[in-house]
Ligand binder design. Structure first.
Ligand SMILES: *[C@@H]1O[C@H](CO)[C@@H](O)[C@H](O)[C@H]1NC(C)=O
Length: 234
């Protein structure tokens, strides 16, 4: 059988789509958001599912998403993760950020602009005896678990998940950022001073060593996730 060039293009597009994913559903202490995109903002790639490749574009913040109808209540200390639409088959770290909604705004409307984002979690690869790297959450259908720090002040926040696919990252602007933002209200928190605070876009450059990287050629423990350090919780 001979496939026409058009059929071959279609085949490769289909294959590419299958390798991509989005995170439409937040899970808090094992309880999932009741339906997709109800507290998580529907991203521009909800259908195509392709990742963001330019880490300095506006899409890197919340993927140019629509606001969601609801706000999830998330007690400080909760374990959170996201359900993925497809298997998370690409290697790379998972990171979570929070942004406190400024007074006068609300989680349903805040656009996440300004130096407001702090990191609460990142994941590093595990190395086996054959020096093969695997990443927490890789090949599963849910993202890595993270804990909302006990000391996070109460209030409304945007919660941002990203999984950075590094299989093509040896070329500039070929790491793929799979990400989503959810509208949450943190309760029962503390008196911490979260930071360092960064802007998105702003925190990442295309040439960051965690973004432009050949993961086959570095020592596995040498990987440096992009962005600020994880907030210590103090
Ligand atoms: C992640 O957290 C959920 C509860 O939200 C728990 O059921 C699950 O076992 C945890 N997974 C891992 C790998 O710790």
């Amino acid at each position: 059988m001979h496939l026409s060039p058009a059929a071959l293009v279609l085949l490769s597009i289909t294959t590419a789509v299958q390798a991509h994913y989005t995170f439409p559903r937040l899970v808090v202490n094992g309880k999932a958001e009741e339906k997709d995109w109800s507290v998580t903002r529907m991203t521009k790639n909800a259908n195509g599912k392709n990742g963001v490749e330019n880490p300095t574009s506006g899409d890197i913040r919340c993927y140019t998403s629509q606001t969601a109808a609801n706000v999830a209540t998330v007690p400080a200390g909760s374990t959170i993760h996201y359900v993925s639409t497809q298997q998370i088959n690409h290697p790379g770290p998972t990171q979570y950020y929070l942004a406190k909604v400024p007074s006068g705004s609300s989680a349903k409307t805040f656009d996440g602009s300004g130096n407001v984002w702090f990191k609460i979690h990142t994941s590093m690869p595990v190395v086996d005896k054959n020096k093969q790297m695997t990443w927490p959450g890789q090949n599963g259908y849910i993202t890595t678990n993270a804990t909302i720090p006990d000391n996070t002040p109460d209030g409304e926040y945007l919660l941002r998940v990203e999984q950075i696919a590094l299989h093509m990252a040896m070329q500039a602007n070929k790491a793929q950022f799979y990400l989503a933002c959810s509208q949450i209200q943190i309760t029962g928190g503390g008196n911490g001073t979260p930071g360092p605070l960064v802007a998105l876009p702003g925190a990442y450059k295309s040439s960051d060593p965690g973004i432009l990287v050949n993961i086959g050629a570095i020592a596995p423990d040498a990987y440096k996730p992009p962005g600020p350090p994880v907030w210590t919780g103090e």
